[in-house]
Ligand binder design. Structure first.
Ligand code: HEM
Length: 379
């Protein structure tokens, strides 16, 4: 019988291995059941992120002016309730300053979009909690795994609260949400997604014995790329949150300048990183170049890799990175057209997913210490 829950590995490998070397699922249970459930959760989180992007890009996010985690599941059901909801919305700055000509029908349209985003969040919570209880009762989960999953659930609850905290920031005076809170909300969603994906792929590659070359150089390179992509996530959050994509729409230079005059126009200096739209865009585009540059350098390692799976994964990461870069440029020059901006957001999740999957498979390759076989499954 295949052993998926514990393995011997050479002691001279990377220290990260020792911390993951423990059973997460009880030995008599099939880890694939849990892995598939976690993959479904990833897909649902991804949908919630995409709907969130759509909500932001259609300026619908401030249409629901209160938050009731349980009773808020029900939308207005009668015309009277709709009118009451609309009148409530009219008390807030978004209606008073930018949407004063909005009809009830127009209000319903933006309300349904924000409602869909909130329902998506609740569905993720439900799809997480119920199977978690089931797996717990059926004795699938070890204590280590249960603790990890409880942490994920708590992070999800924090994410819901953070969403409301963000919306509230757009309900006083200026009807636009704080870029700091928007970035925190987006980043936490991506963090939860990444961790659930990591856990799920760990179970799958443990069971199916999938792995890539366990090269330390590749491990370091992919880890570095993930760090850069996380910087892009935060930078992208500030791009969206400050609408920096609407300010300068030329590429590769910025309105004829390679280094814009206004780059450090704010004081203190650090404020430019988060509040100066020119600096925010400048950083985003140049870190994007760094991401593609580092991935290209890494891609050349494909020629020294033993496993065909490693080569294919490097090819995938390279192609997704180029597409993501191109989508970023398209988003910019199109002045943030909805479909292009949504594709750019999705491309980011794909790039990050490819890198996380790769890193997880490299870790398994290192743990197995079988860098010189060219089989993907079975060993
Ligand atoms: C590897 C490369 C890139 C990555 C990983 C990346 C990542 C991101 C992320 C995570 C966001 C936030 C999405 C959201 O809030 O929904 C974003 C937004 C944005 N990015 Fe990129 N990006 C990349 C390259 C570029 C490039 C090269 C450009 C243009 C020169 C660009 C232009 C933009 C613009 C204009 C936005 C704001 C879109 C909006 O307001 O919805 N990106 N990016």
């Amino acid at each position: 019988m295949q052993r998926w829950y514990s393995r011997d590995y050479p002691s001279n490998l990377h220290p990260i291995l020792s911390s993951t070397e423990q059973a997460l699922i009880q030995p008599h249970r099939n880890p694939m059941h849990v892995a598939v459930w976690l993959l479904i959760i990833c897909a649902m989180i991804y949908c919630a992120i995409a709907i969130g992007g759509y909500t932001r890009l259609t300026d619908s996010g401030l249409s629901m002016v209160d938050w009731h985690p349980v009773s808020g599941v029900l939308p207005p059901l009668s015309q009277t309730q709709w009118i009451a909801e609309f009148e409530h919305y009219q008390q807030f700055p978004e209606f008073q300053t930018v949407n004063s000509d909005l009809s009830l029908e127009g209000f319903k349209r933006i309300f349904w979009i924000e409602y869909a985003h909130r329902i998506a969040g609740r569905l993720v919570a439900l799809a997480f909690l119920l199977p978690f209880i089931f797996f717990q009762l059926r004795g699938y989960l070890s204590i280590a795994m249960s603790l990890r999953l409880i942490a994920v659930f708590l992070a999800g609850a924090l994410q819901g609260w953070l969403g409301w905290f963000m919306v509230q920031s757009g309900m006083v005076n200026d009807p636009s949400v704080s870029q700091y809170k928007l970035t925190a909300h987006l980043s936490l969603a991506v963090l939860i997604y990444s961790y659930v994906l990591w856990l799920s792929i760990g179970l799958i590659c443990g069971k199916l014995r999938l792995k890539l070359d366990g090269s330390n150089r590749l491990f370091a390179g992919i880890s570095f790329c993930i760090a850069l992509v996380v910087i892009m996530l935060v930078s992208g959050g500030f791009m969206s949150g400050t609408r920096a994509g609407f300010v300068v729409n030329t590429f590769p230079h910025m309105n004829g300048e390679w280094i814009p005059d206004m780059l450090f126009s704010l004081t203190p200096l650090w404020a430019n990183l988060f509040e100066n739209v020119i600096a925010i865009q400048f950083i985003h585009r140049w870190v994007a170049f760094a991401v593609v540059g580092v991935i290209t350098i890494l891609w050349f390692q494909r020629f020294s890799m033993n496993r065909s799976a490693t080569r294919v994964m490097l090819d995938i990461v390279m192609v997704v990175a180029i597409c993501q870069f191109s989508l970023g440029v398209a988003t910019l020059v199109s002045r943030v057209q909805l479909p292009v901006a949504l594709a750019h957001q999705s491309g980011f999740v794909m790039l990050l997913s490819a890198l996380i999957i790769m890193l997880r498979l490299i870790v398994t390759g290192q743990r197995d210490g079988t860098m010189h076989t060219d089989r993907i499954v079975g060993s």
